[in-house]
Design a protein around this ligand. Sequence first.
Ligand SMILES: [Zn+2]
Length: 205
Amino acid sequence: MFTLRQYREAVPGPAFPADAVALTIDDGPHPVWTPKILRLLERHHVPATFFMIGNQVLGHEATARDVVRDGHQVANHTWSHPTAFARKSRTRVHREIERAHDKIYSTTTHTPALFRSPGGDWSPAVLGAAAEAGMVPLDWTNDPRDWARPGTAAIRRRLLAARPGHILLCHDGGGDRSQTYAALKTVVPALAARGYRFVALNGRN
Ligand SMILES: [Zn+2]
């Protein structure tokens, strides 16, 4: 699922406002960047969904709990973010998903309802394992490729191409996210000024 419309077709709930966009933040939690992004989101009253990597929750439990404390949604992004996830064995796929699920739940007491495969790499086995764990698979519409550190201006420009109904992708983990943070600092208020409404995927808008 790549858009809010597709998400709402799969997950019943109140219709999103026509000017809705959703922000998703992957690969954390990170002890430096997650708290900075949390403060930024709080300043603008913007909800987000954090796709967490289990082995990043490990050792950063307090940060993971801060995400939930601030009212954001936590979601499953595997235990160790393997590359070519769709080509992994069924056993490995299950283990990656279940281990992350258990760690996120035991840390935050929230059960992830969404799953995102690393790199958006899906297979029938990956989709099946996510469904078995009670999760809906989610992709994104707008990918600024911030993980590659293309420069703050490039990230900002790509995010500002967002349109109503888009699911935006950013990263708080996986390395130095100073460009992502700097871009979000201006993009979040700019999209809000455009009249876009950031919505939570779990319905607590
Ligand atoms: Zn990722």
